[in-house]
Design a protein around this ligand. Structure first.
Ligand code: NAD
Ligand code: UFG
Length: 331
């Protein structure tokens, strides 16, 4: 298969590109480089020994997408491109709707014109909003609590409508929990610009000495140690989840949603302890008030992905921290 990866040089897409190339597929990476670096392309080649095609462009450029799909004979698309910072989406909702929702409409128009009808979409557990029960399964009511999350929900709904209108479409919405970790080579990983919003990259920068102390947002949650609990999923497990998601669509038309998580929740303190084991030093921490909008706990029921995709996240929290540390410390 030849697969177009929008947002192809980004964090999750670059790891997925490695998995797809190693499984014998061709990949075309399409990215405007607003949150990633061009040298990722060479690093993917260094890991796999195979050169991915790279096209620099914006997903709102429907014509360029159409030409790219045609020129490379892409039979499916994995749609990673998007802006993802929750706080920024509250401050700049128009930017988020324009990039994420308008960008997806442009992609769907290009796919329709090119006759490419198979799509895997990077969705998020954020579409579940406040938990009515845990673990989250795919039937849990949806209801995002910020503009970023609402872009994911709008896109999911749009994709449902497209599938309902034409039975030749095949769409999997993969609802990621908390992707972390890096490729074991240490050549690619998550590289946020500025001060990271998310826990793992923040902890990693404290370990390298770039930041002084880990701020822990809340120690009075109704969890075992009072800190927030999340379902951290190794990015290489996630990458394999995309391959499984594509394989599933070979035999299934219509719209489908799958949770990609391990089903195991870890607290902020659990993750910090695992990172200390990985880097072999104690990390400074300070307790801070809760971060507005955070929920106490989030973790997946991944039974559907296991039974229908034949996929399960297997890598441990220690693997996630060790690979992050290898990537950060070798940069
Ligand atoms: P990332 O920022 O590393 O990758 C996204 C890529 O998309 C970047 O390379 C960026 O340059 C590109 N991009 C953004 N807007 C574009 C546009 N208009 N045209 C072309 N390229 C564009 O982020 P990531 O963590 O790899 O996330 C990938 C996807 O997964 C996103 O859609 C994100 O919302 C979703 N997701 C991420 C997480 C997470 O915690 N990392 C969790 C759930 C869902
Ligand atoms: N946390 C801290 N200190 C930090 C950063 C985070 O204590 O500096 C805590 C948070 O309060 C939370 C946990 O660490 O309890 C995880 O926070 P992250 O910011 O790493 O992740 P979130 O669960 O808040 O959100 C992430 C992505 C969202 C996505 C969601 C579900 O940022 O885009 O996972 O996939 F929607």
């Amino acid at each position: 298969m030849t697969i177009l990866l929008t947002g192809g040089t980004g964090y999750i897409a670059s790891h997925t590109a490695v998995t797809l190339l190693e499984a014998g597929h061709q990949v075309v990476l399409f990215d405007n480089l607003c949150n990633s670096q061009r040298d990722v392309v060479a690093r993917i080649e260094q890991i796999t020994g195979k050169a991915p095609v790279f096209v620099e462009g914006d997903i709102r450029d429907t014509q360029l997408l159409r030409t790219t799909l045609d020129q490379h004979g892409c039979d499916s698309v994995i749609h990673f491109a998007g802006l993802k910072a929750v706080g920024e989406s509250v401050a700049k909702p128009i930017l988020y709707y324009a990039n994420n929702v308008q960008g997806t409409i442009s992609l769907l128009q290009a796919m329709e014109a090119a006759g490419t009808r198979t799509l895997v979409f990077s969705s998020s557990a954020t579409v579940y909003g406040e938990p009515k029960y845990l673990p989250f399964d795919e039937s849990h009511p949806t209801g995002a609590t910020n503009p970023y999350g609402r872009t994911k929900l709008h896109i999911e709904e749009m994709l449902k409508d497209v599938c309902a209108s034409d039975s030749s479409w095949r769409v999997s919405c993969l609802r990621y929990f908390n992707p972390v970790g890096a490729h074991p080579s240490g050549l690619i990983g998550e590289d946020p610009q500025g001060i990271p919003n998310n826990l793992m990259p923040f902890v990693a920068k404290v370990a390298t000495g770039e930041l002084e102390a880990i701020g822990i947002f809340g120690s009075d949650y109704p969890t075992a140690d009072g800190t927030g609990v999340r379902d951290y999923i190794h990015v290489m497990d996630l990458a394999e989840g995309h391959l499984a998601g594509l394989r599933f669509l070979r035999d299934h038309t219509g719209w489908h949603a799958f949770n990609l998580g391990t089903g195991q929740g870890y607290s902020v303190l659990d993750l910090v302890a695992a990172f200390e084991r990985a880097c072999g030093k104690q990390l400074q921490r300070k307790m801070l008030p809760r971060r507005p909008g955070d929920i106490a706990s989030s973790y997946a029921n991944s039974a559907k992905a296991e039974s229908e995709l034949g996929w399960r996240g297997t890598r441990s929290l220690d693997d996630m921290c060790q690979s992050t540390w290898k990537w950060q410390s070798s940069k």
